[in-house]
Structure formats: structure tokens, C-alpha cells
Design a protein around this ligand. Sequence first.
Ligand SMILES: *Cc1c(COP(=O)(O)O)cnc(C)c1O
Length: 388
Amino acid sequence: MMNFLISAFKSLPTPFYYYDLELLKANLAALKKASSPEYIVHYALKANANDKILATIKNAGIGADCVSGNEVKKAVEAGFKANEIAFAGVGKSDEEILTGLKSDIFCFNSESAEELKVINELAAKYNKIARIALRINPNVHANTHKYITTGLEENKFGINLWELDSVMQLIKNCSNLKLIGIHFHIGSQINDLSNFKNLCTKSNEIQQWFEERNYMLEHINVGGGLGVDYHHPDDNSVPDYKGYFEVFDKFLELRKEQKLHFELGRAIVAQCGSLISKVLYVKKGVSTSFVILDAGMTELIRPALYQSYHKIENISTANDQFSIDNSHKYDVVGPICESSDCFGKAVMLPETNRGDLFAIRTTGAYGEVMSSNYNLREKAKAVYSDEL
Ligand SMILES: *Cc1c(COP(=O)(O)O)cnc(C)c1O
């Protein structure tokens, strides 16, 4: 179990997100150590855009990956260098494109022919040259939950291979676009590295396609998606970055001077966050008992949205032998009026009582950022390890 500061937690209003900044720093140090000079890592802001998290990541010398105009603005405000900001997204509005143009960002990862035309028009109007990478749909499986797979032809993302010819014709006629790279992002929470190997193979083929037409690409961007260990957050608190980069090192054919970009979100921030919640009631059912928490799908929607697993711990009873000896199964649920508002079914936990504190682990990514005020709930606060 993580070293939670139970005594400090007891005096704080629940639920709240707890962020271990030391762990985040250890993660970033491991990432830096495993990376190499021709690799450029961008942090995907959509995983967690809290100021303190962003400041810590920026200080590690990492770029930013944004999927909205407001994320671009946020990245600039947080001090990320404009020439290290990539901007992806299947539906960028004119206003969002302008935000990117005015900030002189590194690159627009463009997802359709129609979008390219709009970027070109707006760039011409404001006398800018927009740097472009084509987000190509490589038709590679990610073997992850269907809601977080993005690299198949049936997904809405990217330009399909059979469209490339006409898109390249279009780019030739767009004088305010400069094609500098190609971009992929095949999905999220990918733990089987062979999926990335397949992406490398596809990327090599596509790179060749461009070279045969005399286009030299300055960079290849392989997106993000590296998974984390939701089942063993303490044993694997930092992802295997070395193994991850080795796949690209071995299988992706990088040309001389060419840079390889990555856009990691979850892998960087997931393990440093925990949702801390108090037990409101323990309700005995016929075959199950329910632990009813004061946190629900409004604070953490991943279980309801993607059927995702999070490790659940009763942190009040960590050293209470009687409770541990009387462990049994509980359904751990939230207070929201939805049956999907459930964090875990038949979870083995120590004997649990009203007032106990629970930690829902590995919630630093796609947790707080996806919270809502459904049922007119208050937004949960963020608490950082350096403030306790
Ligand atoms: C979400 C997203 C990422 C980050 O994905 P993770 O699985 O969190 O690493 C990277 N690139 C793009 C384009 C994305 O949409």
C-alpha cells in the first residue's frame, strides 16, 4: 500500500484527489533516462491538466500534446514552449485553429482533407505557414477496450491510407501549409508491446510511400497509449519505459536527422493520483454487502464509461488486524442515482465501517479531468503531497 498520510487525510473534506508529486518526479526521471536524443516526448494534457502537475512535467523538459484550443492556451500559460506543442483532434474549430496559429505551435496533427483546407485558408488570412503532420489511420489493432482503440479504419480518427494520394495532391496546392511529418495514435492503455511493433512496421511502409514520392519527413509521431498496471500500482508504480522505447529503437526505421515524437499521457500521470473517499454507509444485502462511498462516477467515471478496473483499498484499516482477519467481499459503489455508479463488484476488503477512508488507486490520468457536476455535485479538490 502506498504511504498515505492518514492522519492528515482525516482532517480534509472528502472526496479529494491526492497527488504524489515525488512519484511523478520519479516517473519523469525514469522517462528521461530511458529516452534518447532523437526522441521527443510530449505530455498529453488531456490526461491531467492541473497546474501543479503541468509545472512538474514542464520542468522535466517535456513538450505538450493538446487536443483542444483551450489545452493549447493552457500549455502556453503553463510555460511549455510553443515550438514543442502538438495539436491533434478530429474536430478542431476555426477558433481553435486560430489559437494554434497565433501561438506558432510546433505542429497541427491534421485528421482530414477538409480540415487541411481550413487550416490553409486561416493561415493565409493571418500570413502564417502552418506546420502539418498528417494523422494517418494505420489500421493497427491496439487490443484494448473498444472505446479507447483509435487506429482502425472503422474509428473516426485520422486519414485512411487510401485517401493519402488525394490528400497529398491537396497539400501541394496549399501554399500556407508545410508538411513536416506523419502522426499515429492507435489507442490507449496498451500493455502488449507487440501492438507498437505492428505500428512500427506500418510506419516504415508509410514512410516508404512518402519517399517514393520524394517527400522527406522531418518527423514521425507515434502518439501515446503506453499502459499502466492498474492491478499492482505499488509493484509497478513506474512504467517500463525502457522496454517501450526499445521496441521503436529496434523496429522503427528512423532516417538520419529524423526525429521520433511520442505523446504520453496515462503512463506519466496515472499512478501518482488516488481518489480518496469516505465510507458513508455499509449496507448489508442478501448476497452482497455494499460499501457506499462519498465519491462516485462524478469524480471518477472510468469504471462506468470503460468498465475499467481500479484497485480499491480501505486505508483506515491498513494496520487493524481484527478488520483484516474479518475480510469479506463488498460491492463498492458511489452515491449517484445510476446503477453504473459502481467502482468494483465483490471486492475483497477488510471489515469496513462508516467513516473509513478508501483510496481508489491509479486515478491520476483521466480521473479529475473527466469529473462532472451531475447531480449538482461539488468538484472534488486536489491535494498534493508537498502540501501536507
Ligand atoms: C489521448 C491522446 C494521447 C495520450 O494517450 P495516452 O493513452 O494517455 O498515452 C496521445 N495522442 C493523442 C492524439 C491523444 O488523443
